[in-house]
Every structure is written in C-alpha cells, then in structure tokens.
Design a protein around this ligand. Structure first.
Ligand code: FAD
Length: 419
C-alpha cells in the first residue's frame, strides 16, 4: 500500500464547503468572541450541527470510509484523513470556534478508543440527534498533566448499589462546561473521567468512566481565563461521591499487569494528536495567507522559483514558512493515513504533533513580526492567531513530552526507562 498524495475527492469537496463556513461564519465573529470570553457562539453551534446532520455526518468521528465501496484497494479508507482536513479548514477559520464544534470531541474519541461496541452504540449515537451535543475528556489534574499516570482521582465499586463512586479534581477540560452543564439548547452530553481503580497498580489501574451531564456530585468550579482560543471553555471540575452505572467503565474492571487502562488513554492520543496537529496547521495557514495578501497589497509578490540568493529576505522568510507548513501537513497526512489503515501510529502521531506545535508557533510569530504594527494591532487577527496558535504545543502532550514519546518509540525504551 502506498500513500496517495492526490487529495481524495470527498476531501476537496469538504474543504471547499468549509472555506465558506470559515469566511462567512467564523472570521466575522473571531474578534467578538476573543473579547467576550465564555460567551457561547450559539449561532455557529446550531448552524454547524444542522449542516453536519444534513450531510449525514452528525459529528467529526471517523466513518469507516469516505467512499462507500468495499474495495479498499480502489477506494482506500479516509475517515481520519477527512477529519484532519475538516479540522484544518475550521481552524483556518478560527481555532477557538473550531473547539465549539458540536459532536463527539475528545470524550467520544475516548469511547471510540477504549469502549466496547455496545458502549459505542450507547454513548455515541446521541451526536446525530435533534440538538447539538458535546462530550469532553478529563485526564489532567494538578500535578498530573504531562505524567498523567499520576492521577489521584479514585473510582471505587460500591457492591451494594453496583455503581462506581468517583472522587477527584480535574482541571483544564476543553468543552467541559458545554459537555456537562444542562443548557436548554443542547442535548445530553457527557464527560469521560479518568480515575484509578487501584492506586497500588500504577498505570495498570487507570480506567475511564462516562459521566452523564447533570450527574449529582459533579461541579464546574472554574472556567479558565486564557491567552488564546478564548471562546473555547476550559473547565475545572470537582467530583464528590459521583455515582455512575457499573457499565460506564470503558474497558475491563479487572486490574492486570498489562497496563491496559493506560494503553486506552494512549490509544486515544494516537488518534487525536494528529488532529491537534491539523488544527495548528489551519491557524498557521490563516496567518501565512493573510501575510501574503498584505504583501501583495503593498506590491510585494513572492518570486517562487528564483535561486535563493536572488530573493529578498522577506521572500525567503515566506518560502521557508511555506515549506514548514507543507512539511507539517504531510506529517499529519502520514499519521492519519496510518490510523485509517489500522497501523500502529504512536510515533507518527507524536511526530506530527511536535512538528505542528513548532511550525504553528514560529509561523504565527513571524507573521506578526513581518507585519510589524499591523501584526501587533487588534485591528487585524494576526496577533490573535499568534495567541491562539501556542496551544498546539501545549495540550495533548506538550512539545517536550511528545519528543519523549518519539524518542522512546525510536530507541525502544519504555516510559519508565526514558522520562
Ligand atoms: C487550553 C487547554 C486545554 C486543555 N484541554 C484538556 C482536556 O480537554 N483534557 C485534559 O485532560 N487536559 C487538557 N489540558 C491539559 C494539558 O494536556 C496539560 O496542561 C498538558 O499536558 C501539560 O500538563 P501540565 O499542565 O501538568 O504541565 P506540566 O506537566 O507541569 O509541564 C510543565 C512544563 O514542564 C515540561 N515537562 C514536564 N515533564 C517533562 C519531562 N519529563 N521532560 C521534559 N519536560 C517536561 C512540560 O513540557 C511543560 O513545558 C488542556 C490544557 C490547556 C492549556
């Protein structure tokens, strides 16, 4: 099997459609929601839910194939590749508003990676129903972010009621508010809470639990004020004696030495890290295109094809940024191609995330630098994109942590051998 460099037709069609969404629905509201942190972009949410339902998608979770044919050679699976392209196109519109896209999100990704077929049926079908619906994933705790195996949230099986009882504190939960708070305009969402069922078992004791919105004992204690992606809610959540049905545990309740619970968390990241990378590429592309537009308005055209020594310094900068952006995108395509073809992609997923984290930060900063006062002014979105972009290098494993994952994969070390 080889990587197909020609973009598949369903992807081109979706990119075309989402360009209109980016230009017409997202960009005109970018500044407003940046300045009105924690206001919910209801028009966008409702429009996107309606549009996704109309196209039969309902949410951004991978369908087996963008093509219907059973012939995988002629029509290779492109589920993740399609999602990556959709995310890139939406992040090009606005990275924060992309995070307000209704549908599965990280919570559904965890159910997809660690749940049984019955659980997928039970928890994931809600995203195509009448109202827009959200889900979120809560792993991070104070002192347990990069090393998420250090989580202290505890789940204990109460044999009398046959329910899990969860206690703990989670922080930095993307979409936590929209997934848990019962808003009139939203369907019933859920949060996926990672907890330990056996603190003596380390990573082997980690499990994820689906906690439905409105469950007693769960409280949103804070919404984070942030540098960028300010329209996306980032919640701190406390869980006090939270009872969830016994079947809401994702994966087996038996503690084994195999670290299967932790592997569930990692499998989620293998799926989502290239998608985070794709979102970074989208915002970097927005910044780079804006720079080219402004340069063209001022009579500066980039003379592609000339020898490097004949180019101006700005032309060299722009071409270098083009190269960075393309290489980051190709790494995304490789990682999602592997996911679509059911190949183990932990290495490529982390590589794409490292690359996009770097490239996105560098490009958006360089664009502000070249634009000078126009870049620094709030009249344009370049300064906002620079603030938004930085998150690509922080969540879903920081740049440093993903570099560690890459090194472990290449050198064959375990997490405890190389930390
Ligand atoms: C906007 C936003 C949204 C988020 N969304 C979610 C979410 O939906 N769900 C969720 O569970 N979490 C979420 N997070 C949490 C995010 O994944 C963590 O913040 C991130 O993994 C870093 O963990 P930490 O905050 O504990 O930082 P720390 O682990 O304390 O890291 C601090 C610094 O130390 C470095 N560092 C740590 N360990 C090492 C090491 N071994 N080697 C070299 N350097 C190291 C890090 O790279 C970083 O630079 C979100 C965070 C933000 C900011």
């Amino acid at each position: 099997m080889s990587i197909e460099f020609e973009t598949p037709k369903p992807i081109i069609q979706t990119q075309f459609m989402l360009k209109t969404v980016a230009d017409e629905m997202m960009r005109p509201k970018s500044r407003y929601f940046d300045e009105h942190e924690h206001e919910i972009p209801w028009d966008y949410i409702e429009f996107m839910h309606m549009a996704m339902k109309a196209t039969g998608a309902g949410n951004l979770s991978p369908r087996d194939n963008g093509n219907k044919s059973e012939d995988k050679e002629k029509h290779p699976p492109i589920g993740y590749q399609l999602i990556a392209a959709q995310i890139e196109a939406l992040a090009y519109g606005d990275l924060g508003m992309y995070h307000c896209l209704p549908g599965g999100g990280l919570g559904a990704a965890a159910v997809n990676s660690a749940g049984t077929p019955e659980q997928k049926e039970k928890f994931l079908t809600r995203f195509v129903e009448e109202k827009p619906t959200f889900s979120a994933m809560c792993i991070t705790e104070s002192g347990a972010g990069s090393d998420n195996s250090a989580i202290r949230t505890r789940a204990v099986l109460d044999e009398k009621t046959n329910q899990w009882v969860i206690n703990g504190e989670k922080i930095f939960v993307t979409g936590g508010d929209k997934s848990f708070t019962e808003y009139e305009k939203l369907g019933k969402g859920f949060i996926v809470v990672w907890a330990t069922i056996d603190p003596t078992a380390g990573r082997g004791g980690m499990r994820a639990f689906v906690v439905e919105s409105g469950t007693p004992g769960v409280k949103i204690t804070k919404l984070e004020h942030k540098l960028g992606i300010r329209v996306s809610d980032t919640a701190a959540i406390s869980l006090v004696d939270v009872h969830v049905p016994v079947d809401n545990i994702l994966g087996s309740a038996t503690v084994e030495k195999s670290n299967s619970g932790f592997k569930g968390a990692m499998a989620t990241f293998d799926a989502t890290r290239p998608l985070v990378a794709a979102s970074g590429v989208g915002v970097a592309r927005a910044a780079l295109e804006f720079l080219k537009e402004k340069l063209a308005e001022n009579g500066v055209q980039i003379r592609y094809g000339l020898p490097r020594q004949k180019l101006t310094s700005i032309e060299r900068d722009v071409i270098d940024m083009d190269i960075m952006l393309k290489s980051a995108w190709l790494m995304v395509v490789k990682a999602v191609w592997m996911a679509d073809n059911k190949k183990h992609n932990a290495l490529e997923a982390s590589m794409s995330k490292v690359k996009a984290g770097d490239v996105t930060t560098k490009i958006t900063q360089k664009v502000v630098e070249i634009l000078g006062p126009l870049g620094y002014s709030r009249e344009f979105l370049a300064e906002k994109w620079m603030r938004d972009a930085k998150i690509t290098d922080i969540y879903e494993g920081t740049g440093q942590i993903n570099r560690l994952v890459v090194a472990r994969q290449i050198l064959g070390y375990s997490g405890s051998e190389l930390r």
